[in-house]
Design a protein around this ligand. Structure first.
Ligand SMILES: Cc1cc2nc3c(=O)[nH]c(=O)nc-3n(C[C@H](O)[C@H](O)[C@H](O)COP(=O)(O)OP(=O)(O)OC[C@H]3O[C@@H](n4cnc5c(N)ncnc54)[C@H](O)[C@@H]3O)c2cc1C
Length: 396
């Protein structure tokens, strides 16, 4: 495996650095990288960056050219992501670009693609995902949101939970049960798209321990979904959701080693400044050994990711191998945050109104938030089950 930039990728790196230097507004550079989409920015703040990307043809770098993307191959995507994070550019919400967009490209009808892809590429549609229910998380096939057949479409009734960003969504994509008696259960599920402004769609916010409103309970009361808004065919939702989940797991920020590098850099910087017993925290050999291990594991994650991206380039979709990155990347980020907190001791659990500076407050939040990395998109236990069965071929 050659891990150096190809001549094309090297050319893109140079072009990107120049473009960032000249085209990206100064206020959007050098921002703190915290894995979450930057919700401190308004649509107006984003617009100059979106316009600049649009002029350059880079709004959807990984999408194929025929769908308005830049058609970047694996090597170019690595360069694009690296330079984006290195310059501290803000993160978009990725549901449209990284999840439902590629799924529409893979299984959508021509009419669905014509209706949704361009607006998704331009970030004019914000999407949210309705999979999990109070009694269906890891065991997603037991979901019970009903989609009953009516003239010209389906009526949705039921409830979901942990629906990220539903309070900002323009459109929803949900898994619903179209066949109550199907055996096995996953054979009776369909993926449906509907307008989040439908009066039958209501939400109840859930505030998480890090103090953010990110999640919602979502309620579905007689929402009409026309037949042409079923994605990938009736009762084909399981297959469609697996394509989407593959993209979700692989594109989850916790799988991008640039974030790990960023967090380790921050940790080292703080360790060099943190007073400890007449010296600084970085003098402690045990801490330095831990940091070296984190750096080596980050390198491993990067090289494994190169290999998986080559695989995607051949097959077009992330396979079950995406689960490997999801587990490794998410657990590694938690270890980095834990090391940071161990180093800072009691200060690392300080919260609002505590007499400590912003970095410490941020650390406590980040630690609380990081617990979700090994749950979102399928828990680490479920990912390990997938790897054991579908990658290693081990028996049930
Ligand atoms: C940050 C974040 C964002 C999310 N965003 C969304 C979203 O936008 N839309 C959405 O629909 N959902 C979303 N979720 C929900 C997420 O998909 C579920 O939380 C996840 O699938 C687990 O389901 P559960 O919470 O019901 O836990 P459960 O399935 O009840 O699991 C509880 C525990 O049991 C373990 N377990 C369960 N079954 C097995 C098994 N067979 N083998 C071994 N261990 C097992 C699990 O690993 C876990 O530790 C999000 C979650 C998080 C943390």
């Amino acid at each position: 495996m050659n891990i150096n930039d190809s001549p094309q990728a090297a050319g893109l790196r140079e072009e990107l650095r120049e473009w960032i230097e000249q085209e990206v507004p100064a206020g959007l550079k050098g921002r703190k990288q915290n894995l979450l989409a930057d919700e401190t920015l308004t649509r107006q703040d984003w617009q100059p960056l979106l316009d600049a990307l649009h002029r350059k043809g880079w709004l959807a770098p990984a999408w194929p050219l025929e769908h308005g993307g830049a058609g970047f191959d694996v090597g170019k995507m690595i360069v694009f992501n690296e330079e984006w994070i290195r310059a501290g550019l803000p993160q978009f919400r990725s549901d449209g670009l990284d999840k439902i967009g590629p799924t529409l490209i893979a299984v959508g009808t021509e009419a669905q693609q014509a209706r949704f892809l361009e607006a998704t590429r331009k970030r004019e549609i914000i999407w949210a995902q309705g999979y999990s229910e109070p009694d269906a998380g890891s065991d997603l096939a037991s979901l019970s949101l009903r989609a009953d057949k009516v003239d010209g479409g389906y009526k949705l009734n039921g409830q979901k939970i942990w629906t990220s960003n539903a309070h900002n969504a323009d459109w929803m994509y949900v898994l619903a049960r179209t066949d109550q008696n199907a055996q096995p259960r996953h054979a009776g599920i369909s993926m449906m798209i509907f307008d989040a402004q439908d009066p039958g769609f209501t939400i109840s916010p859930i505030t998480t321990i890090d103090g953010f409103h990110h999640f919602n309970q979502t309620f579905y009361d007689d929402i009409f979904v026309p037949e042409d808004q079923v994605l990938g065919g009736v009762n084909q939702g399981w297959k469609v959701s697996n394509i989407l989940l593959g993209h979700e797991r692989f594109s989850h920020p916790a799988c991008n080693p640039m974030y790990h590098e960023y967090a380790i850099r921050e940790l080292k910087q703080m360790a060099r400044e943190e007073p400890r017993g007449g010296g600084v925290a970085w003098d402690d050999l045990r801490l330095r050994r831990r940091v070296v291990e984190l750096e080596m594991d980050t390198d491993c994650l990067r090289y494994l990711r190169y290999r998986a991206q080559s695989q995607i380039a051949k097959t077009g979709v992330p396979g079950p191998e995406a689960s490997i990155f999801k587990v490794l990347g998410a657990e590694l980020l938690q270890r980095i945050v834990d090391t940071h907190q161990d180093m800072t001791g009691p200060l690392g659990v300080s919260w609002e109104n505590a007499p400590f500076g912003e970095p410490m407050r941020d650390l406590a939040r980040r630690s609380a938030r990081s617990r979700g990395y090994t749950i979102a998109g399928g828990t680490k236990e479920i990912q390990r089950n997938i790897v054991s069965k579908r990658v290693l071929g081990l028996p049930e």
